[in-house]
Design a protein around this ligand. Sequence first.
Ligand SMILES: [Zn+2]
Ligand SMILES: [Zn+2]
Length: 414
Amino acid sequence: MDGDFDQLVERLAAMLTSADPEDIKGGASLLYELFLSAGRDTFSRLAQELAAYQGGIILKRLLDGAVTQKDPERQDTDLVTTEFLYARCCQAMGSLSSSKVVVDRYFNKSWESPEGRRVCKCIFLDLSGHLLTRAREIERGQSHLNLFADAWVLAPLECLANFAAHSKVFRQAMKDACEERTLFDRLGFLLSAGIQRTLSRRNAQRIRVLMADVAVTLAFSADSQLWALDRGVLKLIAAVYAVSPGDHRQDALGWEGSPAFLCNAVLLHLLPTESAAEKLRAHNALDGFRPHRRKMNDAAIPELDLWKYFEGKLQGRPVPTIPRDAQTRSLDVRADGAPIVCSWKECTAGPEPPGTAFKRCAGCQVSRYCSKEHQRLHWRTHKVHCRAAHVNQVKEKKASSMGNGEAEPSSSTA
Ligand SMILES: [Zn+2]
Ligand SMILES: [Zn+2]
C-alpha cells in the first residue's frame, strides 16, 4: 500500500466524515480500490482502525447515512441529497462491513433488546426495499440508473450480506422480516432473468455471488439454518442455479468464486443434518432442484455426483460417501471476507488463528492484539480514539467496569 498507514487512515477519516457528499464518494471509491488491491490483512487492519477512529464516529456517520429510514417516523426533507448520500455511505459501508470487527462494533449487545431487534428489522427492510425499488426501475429501462447500479443495488446488497454474515442480531431481524414475506419474495427479483439481462455482466455476476453468500451465511449459522429453510432460502438457491451460466468456471471472476459452487456448499452442509434434510423433503427440494441437476454437478468437484448424493439422501437410500475434498472445500467457503487481524500496523502475525481469539482493547472493544507488546505499540496512536470511545460509552450510560487507564493499556479476551 502506498504511503504511511496512519496517513491513509487520517485521509480516509477526513473524507468519510466530511459534510460534502463528494468527499464521501471519494472515500468510498478509495476504500473499494483498497478492498480489491491492498491485500486482505492490510484491508482488515484499515477497516478495524476506521471502526475505532474517534470512538466510532466514522461508522456512525456511514450507517446513519446508509439507513436513512431506520426510524420509520423520521422525515427526510432534502431527498436528492439524502439519496446521494445514501448510495455513497452504502458503498463505503459495503467495503468496510466485510470485516467482522466493523459489524461487531455497530451491532453490539445493545441491539439485543426487543426495541433493538425492531430497529434492526427496519434496517433490513430499508436496505432490501431500497435496492429492490432501484432494481425495478433499472429493469423498466431507466438506463441512466443502470450506470449507478453499483451504488444503488450492489452496495446495499453487500451491506446486507455482510451484516448477516457477521451479526446474529441482524440474522434474527431477517428472520422477523421474512415472516411476513419470505427471503425469496423480498430479494428473488434480483435473480430474475429480466434484471440479470439488463445489468452489466459483472454486476449480474456479483449479485449471484452475494445472494449465494447470503444463503451460505444462513445455512452455516446454527441460529438461522432451520428458519431459513422455511423462509425462502431454497427458492433463492434454485434461482441462483437457474440464472448461473452452465460453465461455472466462466462464472468465477477474480476473487469472487462461483455462485453455483457456493450453492453446492450449502446443500452439502445441510444434507447430513437430519432436521435440515427433513425440511428439504417437506419443501419438496427434489422437484425444485431437479431442473438444475446438470449445473449442480458441473459446479461440484469431478469425483462427486452431487445430484445422485442429493437424491439418495432425500429419498433415504444409501448414498456414496462424499469425497473429503468436497466437504473441506465447502467448509472453507466462509473463510472469505476480511479476517480479524492484530491492530498494530507492523504486525506480521496474520489473521486470528481458528479456535483462538486475539485480545481486545478493554477500552473500546474494537482494537485487537496478538500480544501485549503490540498493544503497547499501538496505544501511542490508539489512545486518543479509545478515550473517545470511552467518553461515548459514558454518555450513552453504558457504564463499563473495564475502562482504560490513562497511560497503561489493558486488554480482555474476546
Ligand atoms: Zn481501545
Ligand atoms: Zn500483533
